[in-house]
Design a protein around this ligand. Structure first.
Ligand SMILES: Cc1cc2nc3c(=O)[nH]c(=O)nc-3n(C[C@H](O)[C@H](O)[C@H](O)COP(=O)(O)O)c2cc1C
Length: 186
């Protein structure tokens, strides 16, 4: 079977419900997958480029797991991309180390789909962002798999949702993600 690596980026993983639920399911399903919790590994944003590149080289499928922050990815994930996907490694002269691998993102959004009316779908708002990830994959000669998105994951005690509701939604997202991964990892 092909090898999975998970790049986990979360501003406050200790308080996470959705991403933690998804990660726990992935751990159970893919015990051999490597998980790089880059927020915890790099609290000072000082990415170990060599370690990250080595991990990427050993993987066939690279999963980016993170919550939406301001219609975008958490800053640590952008920093990781800026540093790990370097010239001579991911692109440019001899920069073919990621060629043929697959990039997929699994993203949790706080907002409910209905909350984004009249346009009706948060995909509309996230389209430029998805497009950035797709372009990145293309530039690194990677295959791009359609992102897996889950809505309505924000939990604010006594205001929005309950932990149980978020857990249920995240579990459903993890199920969808695993279905896609099953194909990608064949
Ligand atoms: C700094 C910050 C910015 C956020 N921006 C958005 C946003 O633009 N759109 C959205 O739907 N949710 C937004 N959220 C909500 C998070 O995406 C949501 O709480 C998270 O996906 C829940 O996952 P977790 O339980 O793993 O933390 C934001 C949250 C934070 C902390």
């Amino acid at each position: 079977m092909k090898k999975l690596t998970i790049i986990l980026a979360h501003g406050n993983y200790a308080k996470s419900i959705a991403n933690k639920t998804i990660i726990e399911q992935l751990k159970t399903k893919y015990p051999d997958a490597t998980i790089r919790n880059i927020t915890e590994l790099y609290p000072d944003f000082n990415i170990d480029i060599e370690a990250e590149q080595k991990n990427l080289m050993e993987a066939d499928v690279v999963l980016l797991q993170f919550p939406v922050y301001w219609y975008n990815m958490p800053a640590i994930l952008k920093q990781w991309m800026d540093k790990a996907l370097a010239y001579g490694f991911a692109y440019g002269e001899n920069g073919d180390k990621l060629k043929g691998k697959t990039l997929i993102a699994s993203i949790t959004a706080g907002g409910r789909m209905e909350a984004y009316t009249p346009i009706g779908s948060m995909h509309f708002y996230l389209r430029p962002f998805f497009s950035n990830i797709e372009s990145t994959a293309y530039y690194c000669q990677m295959d791009f798999a359609e992102p897996i998105l889950g809505y309505g994951n924000i939990y604010i005690p006594n205001v929005v949702n309950t932990p149980e509701v978020v857990t249920e939604r995240a579990t459903e997202q993890a199920d969808r993600l695993i279905k896609v991964l099953e194909e990608l990892l064949k």
